[in-house]
Design a protein around this ligand. Structure first.
Ligand code: AOF
Ligand code: ZN
Length: 367
């Protein structure tokens, strides 16, 4: 039912959508192309939250030329008034004749409503073109809408012998500059970057998204807003820690019993105490409540092990450097298993070389 031309324009809409990936959150980054007589008359992608949706950007660009056109939209046009008015209405008012949708929007406020509204106005609608591409492009948003919690990706950097630091804690640098640059992109795509207090105290990590890592694709400040989160049950993060400095927001998650000596202005939230720390489900739940679509976990072995055992991790992104750190060095994960039957089996999703390192993406078998 879809022609080669349809594929070509939806592919263009997908590429456009990608340009919004660092700033649309918590909205999904959507792309829209308006075509009349095989000519693109307008196109656009989702603007930062509160700004125009992709369809509205494209319609504004097209003006009167939108009348009688076909709209290629990666995600079903919204039919509700949220931070912005419904796109379905904007398409109807502009006189668009046909709408080709990549994927139906699972947001309960939309969920087929946009498509129904277009159809009821006599507009031809076809859905499902390149849906698998939209699924992977919007994996975080879709996870939050469908199952009520964000996608959680865990980043690990290790030596060939599965070590992450020397016994002294020294760890800079195991992987090379290209791999570290790749991590910058993961951070920029994420709504929250989470670490544990152990890593903050050991490395004084800043967890920032650094502009210079993006080459000519320079990121203006609104694109660098990943929330930096520290799981810090006892509120031990020093006020002068790098993770609390700069213009990128940070959040300390602590147990209800912790005493705060923090200077004013530092965002912190109390969660129930669970064993020696905080429960992974509570950490993820708090970030979900804050409309996070994508969480990147960049922690040491304790939090990483607990998260993995909680079953909440969707992907492990492992950078492996061609170096041996030896048997005194620290292991990748704190995962006290005894029997083969307890082993966590992973499924390989992707594998590639980045500089001198290798990057593997795995999903735990259960998910
Ligand atoms: C579209 N086009 O480009 C995007 C959509 O609060 P609002 O008004 O910004 O609406 C947010 C919701 O709209 C979001 O949760 C998702 O369901 C949909 N996103 N829809 O028609 C777009 N980004
Ligand atoms: Zn919309």
């Amino acid at each position: 039912m879809f022609s080669a031309i349809d594929h070509q324009f939806m592919a263009r809409a997908l590429r456009l959508a990608g340009r919004g990936k660092y700033w649309a959150r918590p909205n999904p980054h959507v792309g829209c192309v308006l075509v009349r007589d095989s000519i693109v008359v307008g196109e656009g992608f989702t603007q930062p939250a509160g700004g125009d949706h992709a369809e509205v950007v494209a319609l504004k660009a097209a003006g009167d030329a939108a009348r009688g056109s076909t709209a290629y939209v990666t995600l079903e046009p919204c039919a509700h008034t949220g931070r912005t008015p419904p796109c379905s209405l904007a398409l109807i008012t502009a006189g668009v004749a046909r709408v080709v949708v990549g994927l139906r929007d699972p947001n309960p406020k939309v969920d087929g409503g946009g498509i129904r509204q277009l159809l009821s106005e006599g507009i031809e609608v076809e859905a499902g073109l390149m849906a698998a591409n939209v699924e992977s492009q919007l994996a975080g948003f879709l996870a939050r809408q469908r199952r009520g919690r964000p996608r959680l990706r865990m980043k690990l950097a290790m030596s060939l012998d599965g070590r992450t630091a020397m016994a002294s804690g020294e760890s800079q640098w195991i992987t090379g500059p290209q791999a570290r640059q790749d991590v910058q992109k993961l951070r920029a795509e994420s709504c929250a970057v989470v670490t544990g207090i152990g890593t903050v105290l050991a490395d004084d990590c800043a967890l920032t998204v650094r502009d210079e890592s993006f080459g000519h694709e320079r990121l203006p400040p609104p694109m660098r807003r990943a929330l930096r989160v520290v799981a810090d049950s006892h509120l031990r993060t020093p006020a002068d820690a790098a993770v609390l400095q700069g213009d990128q927001p940070s959040l300390l998650l602590h147990s209800r019993e912790a005493h705060s000596n923090l200077p004013p202005g530092i965002d912190h939230t109390a969660l129930p105490r669970a064993g020696r720390g905080l429960a992974p489900a509570d950490i993820v739940g708090e970030l979900s409540a804050r409309e996070c679509n994508e969480i990147l976990l960049e922690s040491g072995p304790t939090l990483a092990g607990a998260m993995l055992q909680s079953g909440l991790v969707d992907q492990l992104i492992v950078y492996m450097a061609p170096v041996l750190l030896g048997s005194h060095a620290r292991p990748l994960l704190d995962l006290p298993l005894d029997r083969m039957a307890e082993a966590l089996r992973l499924r390989l999703i992707d594998r590639r070389q980045i500089g001198d390192d290798h990057r593997f993406i795995f999903a735990p078998q259960q998910s």
